[in-house]
Structures are given as structure tokens and as C-alpha cells.
Design a protein around this ligand. Structure first.
Ligand SMILES: CC(C)(COP(=O)(O)OP(=O)(O)OC[C@H]1O[C@@H](n2cnc3c(N)ncnc32)[C@H](O)[C@@H]1OP(=O)(O)O)[C@@H](O)C(=O)NCCC(=O)NCCS
Length: 148
């Protein structure tokens, strides 16, 4: 796993657009996100090949998983699990939030395994010309000293 900096923006955009073609963000958007203070981005590697990433935003005692994605060619091999475990190990004593599309069953199954619990719903949060879908807000408390 490597720490991403703005020079990795193209890699993040490529993995994200392969994993979520309907919700791709530009390399420029990723460059700006990675450069924003309070962000933490890690890229999972398979040898020399970047295969997934997780971007967190941290502020005070809270953090948010802004995006986690695994390239379709590397899914179901524990990449996202390893990225989340790495993030949790860095987030002692923090409450972690995220938003997930209600019909994103793969991501919801992943988060359920980590013990994330639903705490809210944002109606119509995801909007594209072809889609309007609620987001579920999930929360995971990470107790001080409860490193994984
Ligand atoms: C969600 C995502 C990040 C999972 O990545 P991954 O590297 O394949 O996840 P893992 O291999 O660590 O899977 C861990 C567990 O999550 C669950 N899971 C992952 N993908 C799943 C799928 N397609 N269907 C059902 N459960 C799934 C399973 O419980 C899995 O364990 P198992 O393989 O032993 O059954 C990946 O599917 C992805 O990139 N999706 C598109 C981007 C996205 O939706 N991101 C989340 C935005 S909120």
C-alpha cells in the first residue's frame, strides 16, 4: 500500500472510473481532493499494479470515507478489506462516516462486515440523468485503543 499524492491523480481517476463508470470524477478533481488538508489517500498495489484506493477526509474527532474503489479486475480478493483495515488502524478514537447508495449491495456488504451501522438517509442524493437514488449514511465508532 502506498500513500497517494497529487501526482497519483490519474491513477485514482482510472481506478474510480473503471469501478464506477456512471460516477467518474476527473483527474483534476482527484488532484484537488488529494491535495486538500485533512485528506488521507492510500493506494493498494498488486506488485507494480495499482488496483484500489481509499480516500478519507478527517476533521476533529470525525472522518469520512469519501471513496473506496477496487478495479473490477481485482475485486473479491480482499483489496477493499485491506484498505479499510489500514484506515481503521490510523483512526484511533474517531467516528467514521460514509454515504453509500442504497442499491450498492457490494459496498453495503463490505461495510456491514466492518460493523458500520445505518444512522440516516439522504433522499435522492445520487442524481444522474438516468438515476435518482437515496444514500444511506453509515457510522462506525472506533474506540481509543481498539486497533484492528
Ligand atoms: C465495494 C468494493 C470497493 C469492494 O471491493 P473489493 O476489493 O472487491 O472488496 P473485498 O474483496 O475486500 O470484499 C470484502 C467483502 O465485501 C463483500 N463484497 C464485496 N464485493 C461484493 C459483491 N460484488 N457482492 C456481494 N458482496 C460483496 C463480501 O462480503 C466480501 O467478502 P467475500 O469476498 O469473502 O465474500 C468494489 O466492489 C468497488 O470498487 N465497487 C465500486 C465502487 C464502490 O461502489 N465504492 C463504494 C462507494 S460507497
Amino acid at each position: 500500500m502506498i500513500a497517494a499524492d497529487p501526482s497519483h491523480a490519474g491513477i485514482l481517476a482510472a481506478i474510480h472510473s473503471a469501478a464506477m463508470p456512471e460516477d467518474a470524477w476527473s483527474a483534476e478533481a482527484w488532484r484537488s481532493l488529494v491535495a486538500t488538508p485533512g485528506g488521507r489517500t492510500r493506494i493498494a498495489m498488486d506488485g507494480a499494479e495499482p488496483v484500489g484506493f481509499l480516500h478519507l477526509r478527517c476533521a476533529g474527532g470525525e472522518a469520512e470515507v469519501v471513496m473506496i474503489a477496487t478495479h473490477p479486475s481485482a475485486q473479491r480478493r480482499g483489496i477493499a478489506t485491506a484498505l479499510l483495515e489500514d484506515a481503521l488502524a490510523a483512526l484511533d478514537g474517531v467516528t467514521l462516516f460514509l454515504e453509500v447508495a442504497e442499491r450498492n449491495h457490494a459496498a453495503r456488504a463490505l461495510y456491514a462486515r466492518f460493523g458500520f451501522e445505518p444512522v440516516g438517509r439522504r433522499p435522492g442524493y445520487y442524481r444522474t440523468p438516468s438515476r435518482r437514488e437515496d444514500a444511506l449514511v453509515l457510522r462506525l465508532g472506533i474506540n481509543p485503543g481498539q486497533r484492528r
